[in-house]
Design a protein around this ligand. Structure first.
Ligand SMILES: [Mg+2]
Length: 224
């Protein structure tokens, strides 16, 4: 089998690419786009196939993607391999009663995905690490954005993602602290310890069982 040339990048939306404000009284829903979003999307689309996975509702996602297209000229909805909303997420109650969403990466094992994208070539960008508690190896965590006009996260993120695009298995790259981390060398791009990433989910489950902790995102309103 010939490996696909392009890796796969699964993007979160809220507080990652935009900040949405729900409708209040006569005020309509508003989506504020993160600084440098246009440049980010154009650059990563050059190297990666893109998809969207949000814990928000489908209505919220599609509304925001229309605003994104109008504001950036980039048709993310049209170019995405899939658009997954909260119906593709799972949820559990945390110990304090919060409703916590999860993005179960077992969905990356679907036959059609495996045929196009080996799991080691799938990255996920998200501001809530708990969403990927069973798939940290895929995660590139970004700082949540709530409107700071001087934010440069997406500029740095695009450069980082492009720097690792040739890695054979993203899951074994140490991606924590990516913003200040030197760009990976050839040796990092050809990992020697793939078992570590494959076991990350099981390790996370053991930690969760021991602590009873449930970390993740909060449910934000009805529309989302
Ligand atoms: Mg988010």
């Amino acid at each position: 089998m010939t490996l696909p040339l392009r890796p796969f990048l699964v993007l979160d939306l809220d507080e990652t690419l935009w900040y949405g404000v729900e409708a209040v009284n006569d005020e309509p829903v508003r989506f504020h786009l993160r600084p440098h979003l246009t440049r980010f999307l154009e650059q990563v689309a050059h190297d990666y196939d893109l998809a969207v996975w949000t814990a928000a509702s489908g209505d919220w996602m599609h509304h925001g993607l229309e605003v994104l297209r109008a504001g950036t000229g980039f048709d993310l909805a049209g170019r995405a391999v899939f658009l997954w909303d909260r119906t593709r997420c799972s949820w559990r109650r945390g110990e304090d009663g919060e409703l916590l969403w999860r993005k179960p990466v077992r969905k990356f094992r679907a036959g059609w995905m495996r045929a196009r994208y080996p799991r080691g070539r799938i990255l996920a960008v998200d501001d809530v690490p708990g969403n990927y508690v069973c798939g940290y190896g895929h995660l590139v965590r970004v700082t949540p954005w709530t409107g700071d006009a001087s934010d440069t996260e997406l500029l740095h993120l695009a450069a980082y993602l492009r720097s690792i695009v040739q890695a054979e298995d993203f899951r074994v790259l140490e991606k924590r602290g990516w913003r200040s981390r030197p760009r990976p060398s050839e040796s990092q791009a050809n990992p020697s310890c793939p078992g570590r990433a494959r076991n990350s989910c099981h390790a996370a489950r053991r930690r969760k069982a021991a602590s009873g902790r449930r970390a993740g995102s909060r449910v934000k309103g009805n529309l989302r």
